[in-house]
Design a protein around this ligand. Structure first.
Ligand SMILES: [Zn+2]
Length: 280
């Protein structure tokens, strides 16, 4: 398959989930072999941040990239949409440090990308192919990511929260799953009991019931009377996060990924490990 870029450009305005700051984001077509590259237009014409796992700088409640002092926060939902809609090459201009959270899912990105359409380019697409069975585990949390060779990308993900509202859930992504309708609409979530703690650490300043599901275990309900779109929406959102983090591999992945209790830290550390060991 050939590489693809956008057929036209699109623009988003919103706020950053963690910074709370307003941001305008513009997606523009880019040449063959360009990859996914952010440009911090507020910092200057030549300030670029490449979407690669080597640039991961922080993973507390989102994936943050940094290159030569310039940051891009909370890129994961956009990256998942770009990767799963086969956008190989794109320039993402931002006039602030954080990608707009919009409704907390990847649906608005998908809708805009579908409206933009794609252009086929001249160069063949490259892949990262899983070469052998390998495991990356965090003994403390009991979380793990295991990869195995496979002709297609398959992600099998399990979450297990000590919460009566969540518990153990599984979600799968493979060639039969339509990313746009089955994974992209699944929203960010957090627990009501951790909101004060997250605020104390300067996070979720832009968080609201319009862009996150907030789980109240004591009332056994979602704040604001929100209802789930899928029984396992929370596991599907973690799947969306993983797809976004693994887009930092630079190329689409061919292989089977089995993830247990993953998060941004585990995803990006595992990816870095698999690449450094030539497993991917
Ligand atoms: Zn997320």
């Amino acid at each position: 398959m050939k590489q693809h870029t956008l057929a036209s450009s699109c623009v988003f305005t919103g706020v950053g989930l963690h910074s709370g700051k307003p941001v305008e984001m513009r997606l523009l077509p880019a040449p063959d072999d360009y990859g996914i590259v952010f440009q911090r237009t507020d910092l200057g014409e030549e300030v670029f941040v490449h979407a690669t796992v080597a640039n991961v700088s922080k993973t507390r409640r989102s994936t943050e990239l940094a290159e030569q002092g310039a940051k891009v926060r909370t890129a994961e939902h956009l990256l998942a949409a770009l990767r799963c809609l086969d956008v190989d090459n794109v320039l993402v201009q931002l006039n602030a440090a954080e990608v707009p959270i919009l409704d907390g899912s990847a649906r608005p990105y998908v809708k805009a990308l579908q409206e933009c359409g794609l252009t086929e380019q001249k160069t063949e697409r490259r892949y990262r192919v899983v070469t052998r069975h390998a495991e990356y585990r965090d003994a403390k949390s009991g979380s793990s990511i295991v990869v195995d060779p496979c002709d297609d990308l398959i992600v099998d993900l399990t979450i297990d929260f000590k919460s009566p509202m969540v518990g153990r859930q599984q979600a799968v992504y493979d060639a039969t799953v339509d990313f746009a309708t089955q994974i992209a609409p699944c929203r960010t979530f957090c627990f009501y009991r951790e909101v004060a703690w997250l605020r104390l650490f300067g996070l979720i300043k832009g968080g609201s019931l319009d862009n996150a599901l907030v789980i109240d275990d004591r009332k056994k309900a979602f704040l604001g009377g929100k209802v789930l779109q899928f029984d396992n929406e929370l596991a599907r959102h973690k799947l969306l996060d993983l797809l976004g983090d693994f887009a930092l591999a630079g190329f689409p992945i061919r292989g089977r990924i089995t993830a247990c209790k993953p998060g941004h830290k585990l995803n990006t550390q595992a990816l870095q490990y698999f690449i450094s060991e030539s497993i991917l």
